[in-house]
Design a protein around this ligand. Structure first.
Ligand SMILES: Cc1cc2nc3c(=O)[nH]c(=O)nc-3n(C[C@H](O)[C@H](O)[C@H](O)COP(=O)(O)OP(=O)(O)OC[C@H]3O[C@@H](n4cnc5c(N)ncnc54)[C@H](O)[C@@H]3O)c2cc1C
Length: 419
């Protein structure tokens, strides 16, 4: 089999990269080891759509993601039952220690790229969100994104993108596992030639795009392309269950990211999620993403998640609460994605989404397609970096932010991770 471009992985990034390559007339093949699109780490995503990031360009990309989900019905075809994923605009409320200088700095930066954000003091919080409990003298303040929310659900959204990619001419090969990346020396430099699958088949292609999620670091080694910034799998446990009682709580209940009590809540009565908002230095990488589910989860993790959420939301009852294990694909040095060419000609990466970029996955796939197209047209994107105009917001996104050779990005306001 031959292709103009081969994408490894049918998660949200791989499907979106394939879609945008196919739209440009590239004969693209996606190989995915699962039996359908969106069954890798994307399937476990909480899919929260927030815009509070530390870097203005990342805020702008998150906003582009929000605008994309708002228009989802116009962008992708529905399935045979007329269904697609949808954005639930619950709003996203960050609860923060009062008076930190970074809150105003971030709010200003968010507004400067067009994000709707409100700062709320303790009294306004209590008035606006009557279901939440605030101690009378708690030094708390809120940063509220009224337009944010979560996508219901990420697997369906990925299937939507795969359907759009197929309609644009892409081919998907499911239950097909990559076992090696073929490379060859050519005029003193390494060039990619294609891949070999577990079926013993060779797929020849002058372009290979690594969208393998938590397996991305391993795939880079197969491609003889270890990067200076490295990606590695990181296990995450969230509490999953349902909470019909959320429907009868007073007032509006947004997605909550409580940086004081250290939890986040997706307030979906059918698919409630409670995760931890934690710092980068509390992380534990794992050797093999396929073994993440192997060890039983310590029940104390679930108890403490629930206890943290109940301190803020005393009425919360989660039925059939069980642990859900997911794996992040983390850029170890700075937790920002890498979307770039590599030193191996024809070999590209769209990796390192670090547990935080489902929200802009469709756009990040498009950025990868832009990178591939520019390189194929002969542009040396290292010397002449790309700037991509994000289609819905018009923001000029500098691809240097996602460069494989960037200096690690400083997270000036701490590295707490929340979707
Ligand atoms: C628990 C959890 C919660 C999250 N919450 C949020 C959130 O609230 N908001 C947010 O924006 N983001 C969130 N994220 C992050 C977001 O879900 C990811 O950034 C995104 O889904 C990654 O997509 P991907 O396509 O890169 O990876 P994946 O979906 O993992 O896709 C990679 C694909 O490659 C395939 N693959 C791997 N190896 C091979 C091989 N050898 N051969 C063939 N196929 C292969 C896999 O099967 C997989 O389908 C969360 C992630 C997790 C795990």
């Amino acid at each position: 089999m031959k292709a103009d471009a081969l994408v490894i992985g049918g998660g949200i990034l791989g499907c979106a990269a394939a879609w945008h390559l196919a739209r440009r007339g590239v004969q693209v093949v996606v190989i995915e080891r699962e039996s359908a699109a969106g069954h890798g780490s994307t399937a476990r995503s909480t899919a929260i759509v927030r815009q509070r990031y530390t870097h203005p360009a990342a805020m702008a990309l998150a906003l582009e993601g929000l605008r994309t989900w708002e228009r989802w019905g116009d962008l992708v075809p529905a399935d045979e039952n007329g269904r697609r994923a949808a954005l639930v605009k619950a709003g996203v409320l960050f609860l923060l220690p009062r008076g930190e200088a970074s809150t105003e700095t971030l709010a200003r930066a968010m507004r400067s790229v067009g994000i709707a954000v409100e700062r709320l003091d303790r009294d306004s919080l209590a008035r606006s969100f009557p279901a939440l409990a605030f101690d009378e003298r708690e030094p708390v303040e809120g940063l509220f994104e009224p337009e944010g929310g979560y996508v219901d659900d990420p697997t369906r959204a990925t299937e939507d993108v795969a359907r759009a990619a197929v309609a644009a001419g892409a081919t998907f090969r499911y239950e097909t596992r990559l076992v090696s990346v073929l490379t060859e020396w050519e005029n003193g430099s390494l060039a990619v030639r294609g891949v070999r699958t577990h079926l013993g088949e060779t797929i020849e292609s002058p372009v290979v795009v690594n969208c393998a999620g938590p397996h991305s670091g391993w795939v880079n080694l197969l491609a003889h392309s270890p990067l200076r910034l490295t990606t590695a799998p990181l296990k995450q446990v969230v509490l999953s269950g349902h909470s019909p009682g959320l429907r009868s709580l007073p007032g509006r209940l947004p997605v909550i990211a409580d940086l004081i009590h250290g939890f986040y809540l997706r307030p979906d009565p059918e698919r409630t999620r409670i995760g931890a908002v934690w710092q980068r230095d509390e992380t534990e990488f794992i050797a093999d993403p396929d073994l993440a589910d192997d060890h039983p989860v310590d029940p104390a993790i679930l108890t403490s998640r629930l206890a943290a959420a109940r301190r803020r939301l005393p009425g919360l009852e989660v039925l059939v609460a069980s642990p859900l294990v997911g794996v992040y694909d983390v850029t170890v040095q700075d937790w920002y994605p890498i979307v770039d060419r590599t030193a191996t000609r024809g070999y590209f990466v769209a990796v390192g989404t670090s547990g935080a970029w489902f929200k802009a996955g469709p756009m990040i796939g498009q950025l990868a397609a832009e990178m591939v197209t520019a390189s194929l047209a002969g542009r040396d994107t290292d010397r002449e970096p790309l700037e991509v105009t994000l289609p819905l917001t018009g923001y000029r996104f500098p691809m240097t932010l996602f460069s494989r050779v960037r200096a690690p990005i400083e997270l000036s306001y701490g590295g707490g991770v929340l979707g």
